[in-house]
Design a protein around this ligand. Structure first.
Ligand SMILES: [Mg+2]
Length: 247
């Protein structure tokens, strides 16, 4: 069954942001939110009775800035911070970051093409401008994480990130699924990166649907070619379903 047919008012929809809803950019702040996307998500959220959440590695603050004025339920920093549908925040406990911060700063001091991102409870090193430094970044951050109780290393597209061990997108989706208006619904999760695999496994365990955007190995049952293809499907869903529901 395709995604538009699958999507019904009793579904819960979870969407990754970068590389899924929006195309990746050379730098994280350079992504462009295409015209109409925010309105499409707002209409879909209404159609789903509010059961639409964004599940991102970015801080919630950044997601809100891109989605302005729309404020959806969001899991940020892989679930380290989570804004529920009722607006309340749930924060996972964090762990000392000194070792990983030092390692990241040492890397960027030697290689200015790298970029260090400090988030709540996590430190990410982006090497999109210097892919040849992948092994170096990985080794340095792995060593730092070994000296940092409670942290694990997460690899994403052109990024390596030290984050709290308990934070992952699967756990974030599970937490939403315990709460109104998500509880009791059939979950759908769309993502594009290694970091989304835990989310696919979770929704499929809950009899839902995982959809991978782009190439690469995945446990997701379905696949879409690109963020553009997803946006087109979401628009189609709004036109064929949400539009009718509001008439
Ligand atoms: Mg992504």
């Amino acid at each position: 069954m395709n995604f538009v047919d699958f999507l019904c008012p009793s579904c819960a929809l979870f969407l990754d942001f970068d590389g899924t809803l929006v195309d990746l950019a050379p730098q994280p702040e350079a992504v462009v939110v295409p015209k109409g996307l925010v309105a499409t998500l707002e209409a879909l959220s209404q159609y789903l009775g509010g059961a639409l959440a964004l599940i991102s590695g970015r801080p919630i603050e950044q997601i809100d800035a891109f989605m302005k004025p729309l404020q959806l339920p969001v899991a940020g920093v892989h679930g380290t911070e989570r804004r529920r549908a009722d607006g309340d925040m749930t924060l996972l406990s964090t762990h000392p970051l000194q070792a990983v911060e030092q390692a990241a700063l040492a890397l960027v001091a030697q290689h200015p093409q790298l970029r260090v991102e400090h988030k709540r409870g996590s430190v990410a090193v982006h090497y999109r401008q210097a892919p040849e430094l992948e092994c170096l970044c990985l080794r340095a951050m792995e060593a730092a994480v070994e000296d940092s109780p409670g942290l694990t290393l997460l690899r994403g597209k052109m990024v390596v990130e030290a984050k709290p061990g308990g934070a992952n997108k699967g756990h974030a989706i599970e937490a939403f699924m315990q709460e109104a208006p998500f509880a009791g619904r059939q979950p759908v999760f769309v993502g594009d990166d290694f970091t989304d695999e835990a989310g696919f496994a979770t929704v499929q365990r809950l009899q839902g649907l995982g959809i991978k955007v782009g190439e690469g190995p995945t446990v997701a049952q379905q696949r879409l070619a690109s963020p553009g293809a997803l946006r087109e499907l979401l628009q189609t869903a709004v036109a064929s379903k949400a539009g009718k529901a509001s008439v």
